[in-house]
Ligand binder design. Structure first.
Ligand code: KG4
Ligand code: ZN
Length: 373
């Protein structure tokens, strides 16, 4: 079963084709990072407008890429669609205007191509990047499948760490999961983005902090790990404030000094040390809870999803502390993409009916709370 996935929940316009939930045959991700960079974060209205411009060309490119793997170079529209059995689209959570573009496009295509439509939860989708058997070599156009690869086994403990979410979820099976805990304030990726701004590092903050941290000393500064009443809950806003206070102290400036002017007073060594020290504690915050959950639930596998799963410090801390191998998707499948949406749709289709393309609505505040058996 070949599913076309469509993803537009934030600032990536993405389309992909995945076969039987595991075999990646195409993936196109058009990032708007360069557009939003000058504003230091995603501007929702600009994101929506940009999705409108790109969504149809991105879908067409994904269909072409999937088709060309059969060895043919050009094809008519009907041919491009001939192998597609269903459409999957992110309907939440995310930015209202961005979600609308993807969902309205998917609804229209499902009706006009007479294909079943699956509505996908973006956050759950991040976990399914780990169900795709694909290795990227060099660039996005060379996928290869590993013959000895096995999908993650259930029960599966999933750590979802992205720009909008930080959650620990225990999956008994596909579609049968329990939310163990989540952030009570900022998401971990949001903390990376905000701390990067304080340090004067470019957006998006995660990769730029990771890069600066490579040259820094992770033990240069002591930052706190928040103590939470919920056993599996996290908090990152205190950590972000602790970095801000440390920068104010280093620069010898009062609390009311404009925070966006502080980074001009930092030298590179201090900036790199701050990035490394923050990154170590941000990762430790989620790693500690993951280890406690692992000991309590003894899952058969542990998987990480979301943009922050690309972080090497997080990966290495988990590797050191967990007694089993961790499931990691390739970095390009950790950040937002449509392959994970198409993969989840395949497994969702085994236990749920498609949605009505005439009535599917977006759910910007959709949560991961269903099936708490
Ligand atoms: O999953 P994603 O692409 O979008 C959301 O669903 O939010 O995650 C984006 C987040 C951003 O906050 C970005 O700074 C962070 O993932 N990120 C990273 C890294 N790459 C992306 N954070 C830490 N280290 C990275 N290497
Ligand atoms: Zn995401």
């Amino acid at each position: 079963m070949n599913i076309l996935g469509i993803e537009t929940s934030c600032d990536e316009t993405a389309a992909a084709v995945v076969k039987n939930g595991t075999i990646l045959t195409s993936s196109i991700v058009l990032s708007q990072i360069d557009i939003h960079k000058e504003f230091g974060g995603v501007v929702p209205e600009i994101a929506a407008r940009s999705h409108i411009e790109s969504i149809l060309p991105v879908i067409k490119q994904a269909l072409k890429q999937a088709f060309n793997r059969g060895g043919r170079v050009s094809a008519r529209d009907e041919e491009l669609w001939s192998n597609i059995d269903a459409i999957a689209v992110t309907y939440g959570p995310g930015l209202l205007g961005s979600l609308l573009i993807g969902v309205l496009t998917a609804r229209t295509l499902a009706i006009t191509k007479n294909l079943p439509l699956y509505a996908i939860n973006h956050v759950e989708g991040h976990v399914y990047a780990n169900f795709i058997n694909s290795q990227f070599s060099g660039n996005n156009f060379h996928f290869s499948n590993n013959k000895t690869w096995e999908p993650p086994a259930f029960p599966l403990l999933a750590l979802i760490v992205s720009g909008g979410h930080s959650q620990l979820v225990l999956f008994k099976d596909h579609g049968n999961y329990r939310l163990l805990g989540q952030t009570q304030d900022d998401a971990i990726g949001e903390a990376f983005d905000k701390v990067a701004k304080i340090l004067g590092l470019p957006y998006p903050g995660g990769p730029s902090i990771a890069k600066a941290a490579l040259k820094g000393n992770p033990n240069a500064y002591d930052f706190p790990i928040a103590k939470m009443s919920g056993k599996y809950d996290f908090s990152f806003s205190g950590l972000k404030t602790a970095v801000l206070r440390k920068v104010q102290e280093i620069c010898n400036k009062p609390y009311d000094f404009p925070s966006f002017e502080l980074h001009g007073l930092l030298n590179d060594k201090v900036r790199n040390d701050l990035a490394a020290s923050f990154q170590k504690i941000a990762a430790k915050t989620v790693v500690n809870k993951t280890i406690i959950a692992y000991k309590e639930f003894k899952p058969a596998s542990v998987a990480i999803g979301g943009g922050v799963a690309a972080n090497m410090e997080l990966r290495s801390q988990l590797k050191q502390l967990l007694p089993i191998e961790i499931e990691y998707a390739s970095p390009s499948l950790c950040t937002d993409n449509a392959a994970m949406i198409a993969s989840l749709a395949y497994f969702q289709a085994q236990h749920s009916k498609p949605v009505d393309p005439y009535s599917l609505e977006i759910e910007p505040s959709l949560r991961m709370t269903k099936n708490t058996s």
